[in-house]
Design a protein around this ligand. Structure first.
Ligand code: FB9
Length: 488
């Protein structure tokens, strides 16, 4: 309809001077006219010159007063002839109408604001603001002083109106012939293919973007870290169980049952199944004993260890639970040194913030061999983190229930030009290793970090919700650079 109106008008007239007026006179939506003009101009049917006009439109507040009257008039009309107590008047009006209406009505000297009574100072008032707003709505010309007054009260706002003046173009025709894009069976059978005009092929048109699969940045960094571990001779541990018994997650690590981390404020406990069914009973007895009365040179914790606490199922709070399972298995056969690693999700019932969720991917490495020392731990950490681009390390004494000594690890990040906490580490305690049955001279050095932190730094993401969770912008998943670490 819009196209017919434009081409038909130009058949008889030289020009459509104003597309806005043209649309209003014919009851056609101006946006439809604009779309048709852009299409016809593209094929040379019309020439179009831009027209820009600044016009005033009502704000949301302005539209409210154009409909219901200005707040000062509403305020005035709410005062009966005999006057009214201010508190009662306030109760009868919307708070914003009361506040704005009172201020304007006093300014217009329409009302007397007594402490006990609000009364009218004039018998009648005109709602000039409402009349002006309706005038603006109807496109009437308003004098500059009134425009300023309405603008100051944020009742109107400027809007740039864009339209066109249109004339015939080089390819003008009173009607646009539909150009065919395909030679179909119907055309051939009907024979009217002979009269057809075919649309030219646009060989420079870009093809449809091919939607393929996309790797999440976390998985890209995980893959690189897996390569680093494999290049260093580490084997991956089986981490395919998010649910774990408190025994393997805490007790086997010599973490006491009253440790705060074992509280439901820090740990997710499973309801179904709430307890584990199978534990190696002889090993459980040795763990119970080392917690209660020590052994192997340790004093233990001296508390009554409860089997029912060890049986409680949790969402694992660290992949160290898997490390304890693997080290126990290692101790069931003649000793051979091992290097293990794990990268998988762990869950903590903690307060979430910009960089922490209730879950994250833990990366853990461990080396199990006879006679290892803290120096070996520092050495393996230097090798590992240098492959992550962090060659300057600092270590700070720390505490973990299952490692002694323990160290927090800091690395100097050349990009951020600052020291960054990059993980935690330590040597598993004898109270953890010896009840498993590992030989007395076997030591285990281990360390951990998260997958999210390096990924957020490498991909310049500062809110973890932009990386992980239901609010992730899929375009980040589709478009993000490759990750290349560990290219020694
Ligand atoms: O990942 C962490 N930081 C980090 C790591 C790498 C990195 O790479 C650079 C760009 C190249 C940058 C930063 N951190 C550990 C340190 C902090 O982010 C810390 O605030 C958050 N930590 C998590 C725990 O938060 C509840 C990161 C996570 C963490 C901490 C400790 C362990 C594992 C993960 C551990 C362990 C451990 C210790 C001893 C024996 C076995 C395991």
């Amino acid at each position: 309809m819009a196209e017919k109106a434009v081409l038909g008008f130009l058949e008889k007239e030289e020009e459509i001077p104003d597309s806005g007026q043209f649309a209003t006179e014919r009851g056609i939506d101006h946006d439809d006219i604009v779309n048709v003009i852009k299409s016809l101009r593209g094929f040379g049917f019309v020439d179009a010159q831009d027209i820009k006009r600044e016009k005033w439109v009502l704000t949301e507040e302005g539209r409210t007063y154009a409909a219901a009257g200005s707040p000062e008039v509403q305020f005035f009309l709410a005062i009966p002839a005999e006057g009214i107590p201010p508190v009662e008047l306030q109760r009868n009006l919307d708070p914003s109408i009361f506040k704005i209406g009172r201020s304007q009505a006093v300014k217009n000297q329409w009302v007397e604001m007594g402490k006990q009574r609000v009364s009218r100072k004039v018998p009648h008032v005109e709602d000039r603001v409402k009349d002006l707003l309706i005038g603006v709505q109807d496109g009437e010309v308003i004098n500059p002083e009134d425009v300023d007054a309405l603008k100051r009260r944020k009742l109107i706002t400027p809007q740039i109106w864009k339209g066109y003046s249109i004339r015939k173009g080089a390819n003008y025709a009173p009607e646009r012939k539909k150009v065919a894009t395909d030679l179909t069976r119907d055309y051939l059978q009907r024979g009217d293919w002979k009269e057809l005009e075919f649309k030219e092929y646009n060989f420079s048109a870009k093809g449809q973007p091919v939607e393929g699969g996309h790797l999440h940045p976390l998985l890209k960094v995980r893959q690189q870290l897996q390569m680093i571990f494999l290049q260093m001779g580490f084997e991956e541990m089986p981490t395919n169980n998010f649910a774990e018994s408190s025994f393997w997650n805490f007790d086997a690590l010599f973490q006491p049952q009253q440790h705060p981390a074992r509280d439901s404020h820090d740990t997710f406990f499973l309801q179904v199944p709430s307890t584990t069914k199978m534990l190696p009973e002889d090993y459980v007895e040795r763990v119970k004993s080392v917690h209660e009365s020590g052994g192997y040179g340790s004093r233990g914790y001296g508390y009554d260890w409860k089997r029912e606490d060890a049986n409680k199922n949790v969402l694992r709070t660290h992949t160290t639970a898997v490390s304890s399972r693997m080290l126990y298995l290692l101790a069931q056969k003649p000793f051979a040194p091992k290097r293990y690693y794990s990268i998988d999700r762990v869950f903590r019932n903690e307060a979430v913030d910009r960089t922490h969720l209730a879950e994250f991917h833990q990366i853990e490495g461990l080396v199990c061999d006879r006679g290892l020392t803290l120096g070996d731990l520092k050495g393996v950490l230097s090798d590992f983190f240098s492959r992550l681009g962090m060659s300057k390390l600092r270590f700070k004494p720390a505490y973990n229930p299952y490692t002694e000594p323990s160290m927090e690890i800091f690395g100097y990040h050349e990009g951020l030009k600052k020291w960054v906490e990059i993980g935690n580490s330590g040597m598993f305690r004898p109270e953890m290793l010896l009840p498993m049955g590992l030989p007395e001279d076997v030591r285990v050095i281990a360390w951990g970090l998260s997958l999210e932190r390096p990924t957020m730094i490498l991909y310049h993401i500062d809110n973890i919700r932009d990386l992980f969770g239901h609010k992730v912008d899929l375009s980040l998943i589709k478009k993000n650079p490759i990750c290349r670490l560990g290219i020694e």
